[in-house]
Design a protein around this ligand. Structure first.
Ligand code: FAD
Ligand code: DHB
Length: 394
């Protein structure tokens, strides 16, 4: 039988970052992860960090490689109707920028810091189950390690186990409300060793569907195209992917595109989802366990980081000052930010994708909105301040 102060479910970015912040504050924690560490590191996901996320990684002591290898971007491009419009993020937001650094690399840095500090992460923990978190007493977690039953007693549980995790599903269905929108398309993503088509990201709206040219370094690109939810990966050869991407880009970006062998290829569905509240007695949900945004605004990972910031603050204040004020405000504080990011991610998705059920009126409105964005500094400023991340409260 083991015990800890905080049992963290999930070793994605939310769980690892929370563990790191708590450990640095002297709060003991154990992470239970159902997959192997290799599996967690093989998942290619987000790539754009807001300044607030970079600051938090610095506070957690894991930003050295990020500062060496991350690419600071002061703008993005939006391509539409054969033209590419630069949105000058920094000059429109008083100097704020975003940093290109893959989620995989953040995970690697956090895992290395945890291993160096000798902290416990139990990978391949099967059958994780949460107990007594709403009873008023102390909660506990049961799981199987190498096939043997284990029990972990704790003061609090942090459910950082993603959208399909066990934490949200352990809560009585009448104790929370969910809000959801699904989209009639997915994103097909390719990672390849080829130089980016432009020095900054290119988001493209095209009648054939959305496209995005992102990057992981000056020699490695991460590109996405809108695809059908019914598409399978074997339908999309590398050649077909690059040809389709080229067709959806503006001529300048298309001319710079150099097809290369896909190192990774995956299809992700798009979803907006929020569970309210984010606290249930001694269980707190954080990151994708509580909410999902469509990836268009690059907000998923950044939202996970801001949840973790609020939760770590609450737990640190609780243990250091015996005050539960911040913990009691965690859910409301996090949800305010979540809904702002939900709104922005939905708006960017609607602006840039082709909706199969879109009528001619909606299509004209979408074009008028892009036209407005291309011609109005006010519209560009609104996009920029959301993209770089709305200011966190103190
Ligand atoms: P996760 O990263 O999902 O981590 C949860 C962890 O919990 C996982 O390691 C999982 O194995 C573990 N777990 C699950 N169930 C259990 C259990 N029962 N017991 C123990 N452990 C469990 N965001 C962007 O901004 N841009 C993108 O391009 C982008 N692409 C994405 C592509 C995909 C396929 C997905 C799924 C997400 C993508 N996101 C993207 C979102 C972003 O990656 C997430 O917001 C981010 O990973 C959230 O981190 P998290 O730690 O909360 O959840
Ligand atoms: C990436 C993903 C996004 O969803 C996005 O909006 C920007 C960049 C990426 O994987 O690099």
């Amino acid at each position: 039988m083991q015990s800890t102060q905080v049992a963290i479910i999930g070793a994605g970015p939310s769980g690892l970052l929370l563990g790191q912040l708590l450990s640095r504050a002297g709060i003991h924690n154990v992470i239970l992860e159902q997959r192997s560490d290799e599996h967690v590191l093989a998942r290619v996901r987000a790539g754009i960090l807001e300044q607030g996320t970079v600051d938090l990684l610095e506070e957690a002591g894991v930003a050295d490689r990020l500062h060496q290898e991350g690419l600071v971007h002061d703008g993005i491009y939006i391509a539409f109707n054969g033209e590419r419009q630069h949105i000058a993020l920094s000059s429109l937001t008083g100097g704020r920028s975003v940093t290109v650094y893959g989620q995989t690399e953040i995970t690697r840095d956090l895992m290395a810091a945890r291993a160096a500090a000798g902290l416990s992460t139990h990978y391949e923990a099967a059958g994780v189950a949460l107990h007594d978190f709403e009873s008023g007493g102390k909660p506990w977690v049961s799981y199987l390690r190498n096939g043997k039953p284990e029990v972990l007693h704790c003061d609090y549980i942090a459910g950082c186990d993603g959208f399909h995790g066990v934490s949200r599903h352990s809560i009585a269905p009448d104790a929370f409300k969910t809000f959801e929108r699904t989209y009639p398309f997915g994103w097909l993503g390719v990672l390849a060793d080829t130089p980016p088509v432009a020095p900054e990201l290119v988001y493209a709206q095209h009648p054939r569907g959305f496209a995005l040219c992102s990057m992981r370094s000056r020699t490695r690109s991460r590109c996405y195209i809108q695809c059908c939810l019914t598409d399978s990966l074997n339908q999309w050869s590398d050649e077909l992917f690059w040809a389709e991407l080229r067709m959806r880009l503006d001529p300048v970006s298309a001319a710079a595109l150099q097809p290369a062998v896909a190192l990774e290829k995956s299809i992700a569905p798009l979803r907006s989802f929020v569970a309210e509240p984010m606290r249930f007695g001694r269980l707190f949900l954080a990151g994708d366990a509580a909410h999902i945004v469509p990836p268009t605004g690059a907000k998923g990972l950044n939202l996970a980081a801001s949840d973790v910031r609020y939760l770590a603050q609450g737990l640190i204040e609780h243990y250091r000052e015996h005050s539960s004020i911040a913990l009691n405000h965690y859910s409301a504080r996090a949800l305010q930010r979540v809904w702002r990011a939900e709104r922005f991610s939905w708006a960017m998705t609607r602006l840039l994708h082709s909706f199969p059920d879109q009528g001619s009126f909606d299509h004209r409105l979408q074009q008028a909105e892009l036209d407005y964005l291309f011609s109005s500094t006010a519209a560009q400023t609104s996009l920029a301040e959301n993209y770089v991340g709305l200011a966190l409260d103190a």
